[in-house]
Design a protein around this ligand. Structure first.
Ligand code: TXA
Ligand code: MG
Length: 349
């Protein structure tokens, strides 16, 4: 299959191209599209055959449910049993935006889309290209991140093409994703609501609106030994090809430890990489040293992380060490993804 890549200018959107993309979805095909978090691999959420195609294109296990993307609040009632007050409040506060809510699904949502679950994940993205595309597609677009299973989520169209070129009908290229990390997922079918995946909408922000909100405790622990509650969080996602280890501790000790390991790696002729910050990156003797940005700018770190992991893959880096980026708020989301990319390998120095 030839994958048509079309550049969409957010300021002057070409309606005929958006319409063409929507038509592909309505005909049961697949289109990757930009959102403010990461690129999504879209199909018709209400068509079981489309969801099957998404799993095939991604190489993803079909027990891993998809997020249904909508473009307006009126679309929600058709796909859920009821809209609880908690959902109304969160929608008011954070939609459109990087928040996904788990709700009880109605019968129109096929089990193929929800991985056989009675619940459905719903998100209303804010990216204007995404919004127009979802409308053109009929209002309900099922979309996981547009990467091959096991690869970092794509933050630009080029990365989508690397992973899915030849496997899908079209890629809408809307430039770089503004945030660079996937949405926060909150389960509203339990009381109190529970965060299944941390993101830019933080626990604190959710608590300000809802009061009590729990967090799936498997998300941050280095070795919790328990399965996470969002089916997709159990897979070793976001994984670079190289072996990644996080090193935690005072920055001098971290640098000394990592440099020691890098020398060893070089002696074994392994290509090395480091994930550091603007403040520390010059101190590392790696083949591919990378900075995520200023250490205390969690949004920059979030935006840079997946790009760096992909660059390591492109350069065939075999041995990767990362500083730790612990902290409150968005840092929690960053550490959650970094821990997963590292297969939870952390060394305290
Ligand atoms: O920012 C995002 O959320 C991006 C963009 C494209 O919107 N999408 C995304 O989708 O990250 P995906 O499929 O890569 O991750 C969705 C996660 C998976 O971990 C999945 O298991 C979980 O959401 N999920 C989906 N439906 C669920 C449900 N009914 N119950 C629990 N977890 C669910
Ligand atoms: Mg994903």
């Amino acid at each position: 299959m030839d994958t048509k890549v079309v550049r969409i200018d957010e300021q002057h959107m070409d309606d005929s191209l958006i319409w063409e993309a929507g038509q592909i979805i309505r005909d049961g095909g697949l289109v990757a599209f930009p959102t403010e978090t990461v690129y999504g691999l879209g199909g018709d959420a209400l068509n079981p055959a489309s969801s099957k195609k998404i799993y095939e294109a991604k190489g993803r296990p079909s027990d891993n449910p998809l997020i249904v993307h909508i473009a307006r609040m009126e679309a929600l009632s058709a796909i859920v049993k009821k809209i609880p007050d908690t959902a109304k409040k969160l929608a008011e506060a954070f939609w459109p935006g990087p928040l996904t809510m788990i709700l009880e699904k109605s019968d129109v949502v096929p089990g193929e889309t929800t991985g056989g679950l009675d619940t459905v994940a719903v998100r209303m993205p804010s990216d204007p290209v995404a919004v127009s595309f979802i409308e053109a597609a009929g209002g309900y677009v099922a979309a996981p991140s547009a990467n091959r299973s096991g690869r970092p989520s794509p933050t630009k169209a080029e990365y989508v093409a690397q992973d899915l070129g030849g496997r899908i009908e079209m890629i809408l290229d809307g430039g770089d994703a503004t945030l660079g990390l996937e949405s926060t997922i909150v389960d509203l079918t339990v009381d109190p609501p529970e965060i299944l995946r941390p993101g830019f909408v933080t626990g604190e922000m959710l608590r300000r609106v809802l009061g009590q909100v729990e967090e799936d405790e498997t998300l941050f622990r280095v070795d919790s030994g328990q399965a996470p509650k969002a089916p997709g969080m159990k897979y070793r996602h976001y994984a670079p090809k190289g072996e990644l280890t996080i090193v935690r501790g005072p920055s001098d000790a971290v640098a000394a430890y990592i440099n020691g390991r890098l020398s060893e790696g070089r002696r074994e002729n392994r290509k090395t990489g480091v994930i550091a910050s603007d403040e520390t990156v010059e101190g590392y003797r790696a083949d591919v040293p990378r900075s995520v940005g200023k250490r205390n700018d969690a949004a920059a770190v979030a935006k840079g992380l997946y790009r760096i992991l992909r660059e390591f893959d492109d350069e065939d880096v075999e041995l990767i060490y990362s500083e730790s980026f612990d902290g409150a708020g968005v840092s929690q989301a960053v550490m959650n993804r970094l821990l997963k990319a590292a297969g939870h390998k952390v060394i305290d120095v």
